[in-house]
Design a protein around this ligand. Sequence first.
Ligand SMILES: CC(C)(COP(=O)(O)OP(=O)(O)OC[C@H]1O[C@@H](n2cnc3c(N)ncnc32)[C@H](O)[C@@H]1OP(=O)(O)O)[C@@H](O)C(=O)NCCC(=O)NCCS
Length: 179
Amino acid sequence: MQRGVMLTIREYCAADAASVGRLIAETYRTFNLDFATTAEQAEMLGPFQFADSSEPAHQMAIAEAIAAPIVLVAEDAGTIAGVLRGGRVDHKQRTVLQSLFVHGRYHRQGIGRQLVARFEQECQNQGVTVLKLASTLYAVPFYRALGYKRTTGLRTLHSFSGSGGAYQPMKKVLDTKRA
Ligand SMILES: CC(C)(COP(=O)(O)OP(=O)(O)OC[C@H]1O[C@@H](n2cnc3c(N)ncnc32)[C@H](O)[C@@H]1OP(=O)(O)O)[C@@H](O)C(=O)NCCC(=O)NCCS
């Protein structure tokens, strides 16, 4: 961890919605949607394309898009540096790590690792043994470093009303001894 970063991992609350919305918009656009045109990016960003808008309808749509059974944020002296959403259970009864974004200014300081560790711990506390996720191509080395394994080949990414690019399905069997 870089000197000067006083990191807190905590549960997300409603007052975080605007800053989390901006974090997701900026990070998704920069690291994951660089292959797409501006119009395609807007479709894939869904409500997050309006992250800088103060219009109540936009802010409400962003808050709804952030909602998930578990939402964790990493905070550095009042600034939201990262967010993890997860806990949805899919049609095969598998628990999903839905999305994870750490702002570019904070990459490679262990923040993603800490958010995932806290999420895995909460899942284990609830008796979950296997986690699955759809990794962006950018994040595959990160998830591999944390013990996630590829489960299939690449799939086409669908995001809000847009699609394009690819994602890598991955999973991890949690260490039951750690619970
Ligand atoms: C993927 C992401 C969440 C990682 O967050 P982070 O806080 O930078 O990651 P950490 O510092 O905790 O990295 C932990 C380990 O993962 C690996 N790692 C992380 N980023 C990596 C990269 N870009 N390339 C290769 N390995 C990487 C390293 O082994 C790293 O340990 P080290 O720094 O000691 O070598 C962040 O890069 C991000 O938000 N990317 C854009 C959005 C995205 O793709 N999210 C995934 C959505 S599913």
